[in-house]
Design a protein around this ligand. Sequence first.
Ligand SMILES: CCC[C@H](NC(C)=O)C(=O)O
Ligand SMILES: NC(=O)OP(=O)(O)O
Length: 321
Amino acid sequence: MNCFINVEDLGPLDKAMAEAFEIKNDRYKYQHLGKNKTLMMIFFNNSLRTRLSTQKAAMNLGMNVIVLDVNAGAWKLETERGVIMDGDKSEHLLEAIPVMGCYCDLIGVRSFAGLTDREYDYAETVLQQFIKYSGRPVFAMETATVHPLQAFADLITIEEHKVVERPKVVLTWAPHCRALPQAVPNSFAQWMNAAPDVDFVITHPEGYELDPKFVGNARVEYDQKKAFEGADFIYAKNWSNPGVTNLADYGKITSKDMSWTVDTEHMSWTNNGKFMHCLPVRRNLIVTDDVIESPNSLVIPEAANREISCSVVIKRMLEAL
Ligand SMILES: CCC[C@H](NC(C)=O)C(=O)O
Ligand SMILES: NC(=O)OP(=O)(O)O
């Protein structure tokens, strides 16, 4: 596996899930694979879970790890080609990327959407340059439009906690005070659509439609209460306007409707539903204290499964070297 961006990069999902549970039972089983191999993790944006779980997964597989926070100590990077570099950027990505590739065997990249140019973001411009110029296998640690490590961990969590064979899983939008990317909901939708036994529903205010390539055949319900009825899992996440119905709205906050905040009444509409969120979460905007602290909240085991999803991905990449 030379790159990990989308669910299909893993091949048959049932095989990947089986590997995940195998590794969860014995995390150090494949420690030989990473001997004298180096993972470079490149962060253009902040992280807690991705930074820690990816490093842990790499160490479980016997790898050396280098972490680069591009905006803390590296040269400020120009990403546009053809620009006269007489400003505050000392180095171009087109030199920095192959140089980084010299020092490692695998690369993980975190580079969030800029949320100003939809075409630039949805072309995954930064990630594609790492894939094209680094000379190394590359996996996304949340890039402009995807967060596959998170979605894989989410599916593992649902598989572990489902009490019916075909659970109803609801992706619900919730309000936020900042404009956030669509990467997490995009990948969650992609992976839920690919999962064999999930009754998947997306609910959000009108105008917040996710890109059709991620929505696929999922049911979209603008009535949040109707969407929540009978749900087994509630996956809450804010996202900024994806600009699907109106390009001019791309990356903007066009709703702060607090009636979409997930509270105990919302959860009472479900089938004793479990609550999930990728974290970090702003309490009492996305979800109330009572819900995220309830016995039905899975946010901590969900975060713990990030070590497992990443272990499968890095294992596959090492096996393909
Ligand atoms: C894992 C989530 C990362 C990011 N969250 C923030 C707060 O920027 C997002 O919403 O995409
Ligand atoms: N869920 C997730 O990716 O968290 P971080 O942004 O803290 O890595």
